[in-house]
Design a binder for this molecule. Structure first.
Ligand SMILES: Cc1cc2nc3c(=O)[nH]c(=O)nc-3n(C[C@H](O)[C@H](O)[C@H](O)COP(=O)(O)OP(=O)(O)OC[C@H]3O[C@@H](n4cnc5c(N)ncnc54)[C@H](O)[C@@H]3O)c2cc1C
Ligand SMILES: *[C@@H]1O[C@H](CO)[C@@H](O)[C@H](O)[C@H]1NC(C)=O
Ligand SMILES: *[C@@H]1O[C@H](CO)[C@@H](O)[C@H](O)[C@H]1NC(C)=O
Ligand SMILES: *[C@@H]1O[C@H](CO)[C@@H](O)[C@H](O)[C@H]1NC(C)=O
Ligand SMILES: *[C@@H]1O[C@H](CO)[C@@H](O)[C@H](O)[C@H]1NC(C)=O
Ligand SMILES: *[C@@H]1O[C@H](CO)[C@@H](O)[C@H](O)[C@H]1NC(C)=O
Ligand SMILES: *[C@@H]1O[C@H](CO)[C@@H](O)[C@H](O)[C@H]1NC(C)=O
Length: 469
């Protein structure tokens, strides 16, 4: 993904409320300079804030010149970044928890819905747009990270991006990490709310499996933690789409041990180079191989050289929690067809693998991971199929035909074979893993009765993890 050396550019990318007062709005809607109805909200904030000077610098309506840039900066999907895309009535960018509470209570009082945005990577724009008047709470100013090496944990505010988490950990230690996703600009808020798939999942499970505590604001503006919220809610917000239940203020992460040096490699294979058989074997090798190894695949449709003949190319992007010396015999024994040789392997620190998978070279300064403006925005929608049984050679050939039929414009698809390892060891109900691409928003802060939530499907933990970039 991104501008990675993993990917060349000219390929056809296949990877793939409650208004108590009607008067609340009508009283103040005569000022045409502001979004209709937004002034009542601001009035409410004023009367409920102990320091209105400070909060007024953090609220934006269409009357503020910075409204649009602030809204746009984190809309990841271009489909939801259009002139006619419904925008929030008010954006609030709190710097402290008490301001979130005030904004929440005024949102309810004035009859808006609420949308919460962390990294803005929601494929369906759920954090940025809605077809009802809404207030957006944008966590952009709440991204502090407190890494505790001795306790192997970190408190991370919901607005932090994954790259920032990786960078902060690497500033303190090379031998701890957080098992999360590959795209540095994804927000920890939405990522963990959707489960969280990544390069360390075969060894340590999903990101959400490694959440040990949370600071969470409920409908009344009360702040709960793991103990006070109870097991069910703690279970639901880690995978079930946290915004259906309230507002995550911060997550407490369990950091996992990693070696000082890990090994990365990339191998490209086309149909002409035996890809069909190699991918077929990949499906059976991966569930059982040493869980220190993860091999991500990306799939591209392209032409053979300058000809019109079409082919499929797959990039096998490996990351191994160990040295080249132990990786080579492991692959020679289990997967010689991949032809991973010493020359194509590189030993790097774990944080450098995040650069590599994030689309940078391993020699890029690690600060880049924490620099949002250095990270390209990708406008795409991804959707993955998670499979339990290997697809047969004939089945694969049919898939290639379908890919050849595709015009290649902006369609992504991705096969996610069974990953095994730790992913096979959780019970089906260990956490609620929801396909976060399909995460559907319901007006938040209703009483949640999980047993009667038809759109929340409980998936078996392993192959049906969730979306990956
Ligand atoms: C380029 C790209 C790469 C990706 N790579 C991966 C990957 O490697 N692994 C993986 O598992 N997924 C990946 N995803 C999917 C990604 O994890 C989800 O889209 C995730 O929901 C994005 O979180 P966000 O905070 O960036 O998005 P947002 O749009 O801010 O939020 C997503 C959802 O979470 C809610 N939410 C956000 N913050 C909070 C909060 N503080 N409290 C309550 N609810 C909140 C929002 O309301 C929204 O419903 C990728 C997506 C993209 C676009
Ligand atoms: C209110 O906030 C402003 C701006 O953040 C600050 O300068 C001021 O000192 C604060 N006033 C009080 C009483 O806290
Ligand atoms: C945006 O406009 C509103 C209404 O005019 C005002 O109260 C607020 O202070 C402005 N926000 C900023 C950041 O200047
Ligand atoms: C580490 O955790 C223990 C138990 O949770 C706690 O008593 C201790 O104060 C923590 N150490 C630090 C440095 O925070
Ligand atoms: C492909 O076509 C381009 C432009 O016609 C040409 O410059 C290039 O040499 C060709 N490459 C091969 C491998 O034939
Ligand atoms: C294996 O990879 C090496 C380079 O690392 C290459 O020279 C060789 O041709 C490859 N062998 C096969 C069978 O693909
Ligand atoms: C962040 O990245 C941008 C774009 O590459 C660059 O201009 C800026 O200097 C970087 N900021 C820091 C603090 O490195």
């Amino acid at each position: 993904m991104m501008k990675s050396q993993f990917i060349t550019s000219n390929v056809l990318l296949l990877i793939l409320a409650l208004c108590f007062s009607v008067s609340c709005r009508s009283l103040f809607s005569n000022n045409l300079d502001v979004t209709p109805g937004s002034e009542d909200f601001i009035t409410c904030l004023r009367s409920h804030s102990n320091n209105f000077t400070s909060i007024s610098q953090l609220i934006f309506t269409s009357a503020n010149s910075s409204f649009l840039p602030i809204w746009q900066v984190a809309v990841n999907n271009a489909r939801f970044n259009q002139p006619d895309t419904p925008k929030p009535s008010v954006i609030v960018t709190p710097v402290e928890e008490s301001q979130i509470r005030t904004a929440l209570l005024c949102t309810k009082k004035c009859g808006y819905e609420i949308r919460i945005r962390s990294g803005g990577h929601d494929f369906e724009g759920l954090s940025s747009t809605a077809d009802v008047p809404f207030v957006m709470i944008d966590f952009t100013n709440m991204r502090s990270i407190d890494v505790d090496v001795a306790n192997r944990s970190a408190w991370v505010q919901a607005g932090a991006a994954l790259g920032q988490v990786y960078y902060s950990i690497s500033q303190k230690t090379d031998t701890l990490y957080f098992p999360a996703g590959v795209c540095p600009s994804v927000g920890i808020g939405g990522y963990l709310g959707g489960g969280g798939y990544g390069n360390l999942m075969r060894k340590y499970g999903l990101g959400a499996d490694n959440v040990v505590d949370v600071r969470f604001m409920d409908v009344n503006g009360d702040i709960l933690d793991k103990n006070s919220m109870g097991e069910e809610l703690f279970w639901a917000i880690r995978g079930g789409g946290a915004s259906s239940f309230g507002i995550v203020l911060a997550w407490k992460l369990r950091l996992v041990p990693v070696p000082e040096k890990v090994t990365v490699f990339t191998v490209d294979k086309t149909l002409e180079e035996g890809l069909t058989e190699i991918f077929h074997k990949y499906q059976t090798v991966m569930p059982n191989i040493d869980r220190n190894l993860h091999i991500r695949i990306q799939m591209f449709g392209e032409n053979v050289g300058n000809t019109t003949q079409k082919t499929i190319r797959m990039a096998f992007e490996g990351i191994y929690q160990g040295t080249i010396d132990t990786l080579i015999p492991l692959l020679e024994e289990n997967f010689p067809e991949l032809n991973v040789t010493r020359e194509i392997c590189e030993e790097v620190k774990m944080v450098q693998t995040s650069l590599l998978f994030g689309g940078f070279s391993t020699s890029t300064p690690t600060e880049t991971l924490a620099n949002r403006s250095a990270i390209n925005t990708l406008n795409f929608k991804g959707k993955s199929d998670y499979i339990r049984e290997p697809i047969s050679i004939d089945g694969l050939k049919k898939i290639w035909e379908k890919i050849f039929e595709n015009d290649g414009s902006d369609t992504f698809s991705c096969i996610k074979p069974h990953q095994g390892g730790m992913m096979s060891e959780f019970s089906e109900t260990a956490i609620l893993v929801f396909l976060n691409t399909l995460e559907c928003f319901r007006p938040i802060f209703q009483t949640v009765d999980l047993a009667n939530q038809p759109s929340y499907t409980q998936h078996q933990h392993n192959p049906l993890a969730q979306e990956i970039g």
